[in-house]
Design a protein around this ligand. Structure first.
Ligand SMILES: [Zn+2]
Ligand SMILES: [Zn+2]
Length: 258
């Protein structure tokens, strides 16, 4: 399984910036998890392949350029872009984003080929298919309805925490997996901002260190993501000081393979 955390911004030479402002993971060049930077960071080839987007929750950093992405592709879509989300998240996207005020309700619109966008409601705790992948969604502990995901391609499996604070159900699903190759988990704020992390339901390196004691799998890659750019150096240093084997920081733009 190939996974790329899409960059949010680029330097003057077009090189991906390490600072992650938006969240969008691209799996095998064709399935997206969240869509923060989807309209700004895909290659032309990737753009032509993406047909399935899973939205974990409706926070702007996870959906910022989703409306623009559909808009860009509008005349060329020969099948609707499929947006996978829980019913609650679909309702929030329709109410707050695709509401004719912030942006058009693409789920009601057609181009010359047919509908351009379609919602696929996802179950909780039961596997569903997305392209060649099998996915299980489980609620996590965030300030809005949010799911973590475990994604398998039949051979390899990777877990995505999405945005969360201390949680239980996610670890139950993760620990039940026979094999897990990687865990991508958030670490948003530095330890000195534990209060803000708590009220906004995010981890700091210290609370992440505690949380990872719930993980039964050993020896797999653990990659920290969703590191707030303003505190990046501080968070990276605090993560390193945890001395957790195979814990590293995921680099935007780089393709990882498991
Ligand atoms: Zn969030
Ligand atoms: Zn976020």
């Amino acid at each position: 399984m190939r996974i790329q955390l899409l960059p949010s911004t680029f330097d003057a030479q077009g090189v991906a910036n390490l600072e992650q402002r938006l969240t969008c993971f691209l799996i095998d060049d064709c399935v997206a998890i969240d869509a923060g930077s989807i309209a700004i960071a895909l290659t032309n080839e990737q753009r032509s392949k993406v047909k399935d987007i899973i939205v974990t929750h409706p926070h702007l950093d996870h959906i910022a350029s989703l409306p623009i992405f559909i808009d860009d592709l509008y005349p060329t879509l020969k099948q609707p872009m499929r947006i996978y989300a829980t019913e609650e998240v679909i309702d929030l996207l329709e109410r707050d984003v695709f509401n004719w005020n912030v942006y058009p309700r693409f789920s009601d619109l057609k181009n010359d080929y047919g509908p351009v966008m379609e919602y696929v409601p996802i179950p909780i705790g039961k596997p569903f298919s997305v392209a060649h992948l099998s996915v299980v969604a489980v609620p996590v502990n965030h300030i809005v309805p949010t799911v973590g995901l475990v994604v398998s391609d039949g051979q390899k499996s990777v877990a995505f925490s999405s945005d969360t604070a201390e949680t239980e159900e996610f670890w139950k699903i993760v620990n039940e997996m026979k094999e897990l190759n990687a865990l991508l988990i958030e670490a948003s704020f530095p330890d000195r901002m534990a209060k803000l992390a708590h009220v906004s339901r995010h981890f700091t390196p210290a609370s992440l260190g505690q949380e990872l004691k719930k993980l039964n799998h050993n020896g797999m890659d653990i990659m920290a993501v969703h590191i707030k750019p303003s505190y990046r150096d501080e968070i990276v240093a605090q993560l390193a000081a945890l001395n957790i084997p195979k814990l590293s920081v995921m680099e935007p733009g780089k393709v990882y393979e498991w």
